[in-house]
Design a protein around this ligand. Structure first.
Ligand SMILES: NC(=O)c1ccc[n+]([C@@H]2O[C@H](COP(=O)([O-])OP(=O)(O)OC[C@H]3O[C@@H](n4cnc5c(N)ncnc54)[C@H](OP(=O)(O)O)[C@@H]3O)[C@@H](O)[C@H]2O)c1
Length: 415
């Protein structure tokens, strides 16, 4: 029987298998919803227990993602109320959808995982007894599918997190804890966007437009496109971000600040306004041709800014191509000019999270060293709120920011 401590100091690990009664966590409560820098506060909470099919992991490092900017604001959904409606007792949210760490406790009905395993966690979460899941269908389309550490509680912004066993993947041995905690959410999401939508999966020599080419999603997209033998073109807002994307394999980059037609095209009744908008969108498309070295339109567009960019993405996409979208950071009300959409038979595909197969395929590429984790700035645990605020302002957009939790330095953890 392993002893159970009351608590351990942040940055220290208890004896392997000792899950303390209480843990330090960055906690969001509904009464603090708003600016992330104040919505999160450090609290001591009771450490959760592993239920059937679950494990408890001592978090060594936690990746920062945009989803907990949304959780902190309480929009577009109040994740705490959402869970309470489903019967969860907690009136707080512990977010964090990327973790590297060590397995400390294993619940019933878990196979293939040992205490002491060094792991990362992918964010696809669903009920094992969901009929959709039991039928062997794409689990991320199941009614019970969620994003771990956003829709669920007890994510990685705490000394211990709770995950379902199928989410647990081997940590790439060559990476430190902080490097390993950086890429899985964004990387596995992009893997699904590029490889998950039959009929438009990425092929060798495809041209792929990547918005935010130096950011969390974008830095993984550029690499995964290049790894598939296709040609990534990055869109960024400054030169240093373009250079960052080029170093990761982009064949060229476009500064979106060179264009002004963003957002919704004016209504067709405004002939002059439409003409101006179309001139801007065509000039943007021409920049893509210049980079491609021929008059080629992107076969796939990796979308996430949303309202500001979707009309342009659909306009420039190749006939029969796909705009695949996983977010609406600049707004949710995108307009589609249906003339271009149906006559050119384009596909506008939503995509969300990852299933196990996609996450494993992505993690294999990381373990083989084919994909760089693109760890950005490394911060301390108490800087998690400020890091989310900076992210909401579009700062530090080079890969993914990572917070040290159990690890004491950025290079600890390599094997
Ligand atoms: N559904 C899912 O499964 C899923 C998974 C991961 C992330 N997401 C969502 O995807 C979004 C992006 O996440 P991230 O981790 O990549 O964030 P990030 O690291 O902050 O990157 C966002 C990028 O968007 C670009 N951008 C900002 N404003 C823009 C605008 N007006 N027009 C065009 N580009 C703009 C920025 O690049 P430049 O300023 O250089 O252009 C930046 O690189 C978030 O909303 C996040 O919640 C969804």
């Amino acid at each position: 029987m392993v002893k159970k401590s009351k608590s351990v100091e942040l940055g220290k690990l208890p004896e392997l298998g000792d899950v303390p009664e209480n843990m330090i966590a960055q906690v969001i409560r509904a009464e603090r919803f708003g600016e992330p820098s104040t919505a999160f506060q450090v609290e001591s909470v009771q450490t959760p227990e592993a239920r059937s099919g679950e494990v408890i992991i001592a978090v060594m490092a936690a990746g920062i993602n945009y989803n907990n900017v949304w959780a902190a604001r309480g929009i577009p959904v109040n994740v705490i109320d959402e869970r309470k409606r489903e019967g969860e007792p907690y009136d707080f949210h512990i977010g964090g959808s990327d973790a590297s760490g060590i397995v400390y406790s294993i619940g019933p009905d878990v196979e293939g995982i040992e205490i002491g395993d060094r792991v990362v966690v992918h964010p696809g979460y669903w009920d094992a007894d969901d009929p959709w899941v039991l039928a062997g269908r794409d689990t991320m389309l199941a009614p019970s599918a969620k994003i771990w550490g956003y829709n669920t509680n007890f994510g990685s912004f705490a000394q211990f997190c709770r995950a379902q066993a199928h989410q647990v993947l081997p940590k790439a041995p060559q990476l430190s804890w902080s490097e390993a905690a950086a890429p899985t959410l964004v990387g596995a999401t992009i893997y699904r966007m590029l490889h998950g939508w039959a009929g438009n999966t990425v092929k060798e020599n495809d041209l792929v437009l990547v918005w935010g080419g130096s950011g969390g999603l974008g830095s993984q997209a550029v690499q995964l496109v290049a790894a598939a033998g296709a040609l990534p073109v990055a869109v960024v807002s400054e030169e240093s971000r373009g250079e960052y994307a080029t170093n990761l394999g982009a064949v060229g980059w476009i500064n979106r600040k060179d264009f002004t037609h963003w957002g919704l095209p004016p209504h067709i009744s405004d002939r002059e306004g439409q003409r101006e908008w179309t001139t801007g969108a065509r000039a943007f498309g021409k920049r893509i041709w210049e980079i491609a070295g021929e008059r080629r339109a992107p076969n796939i567009v990796i979308e996430h800014p949303g309202e500001e960019t979707v009309p342009t993405s659909i306009f420039v996409c190749e006939t029969g191509g796909m705009v695949v979208i996983c977010a609406g950071t600049t707004g949710y009300e995108a307009v589609v000019d249906l003339r271009y959409h149906w006559t050119r038979q384009k596909r506008f595909q939503g995509s969300h999270g990852t299933n196990d197969e996609q996450a494993r395929a992505y993690n294999d590429l990381v373990c083989k060293g084919i994909i760089d984790p693109c760890r950005g700035q490394v911060i301390e645990f108490n800087e998690i709120p400020a890091a989310h605020s900076a992210m909401s302002r579009g700062e530090n957009v080079f890969g993914n920011v990572v917070a040290l939790v159990g690890a004491s330095s950025h290079d600890e953890g390599r094997e």
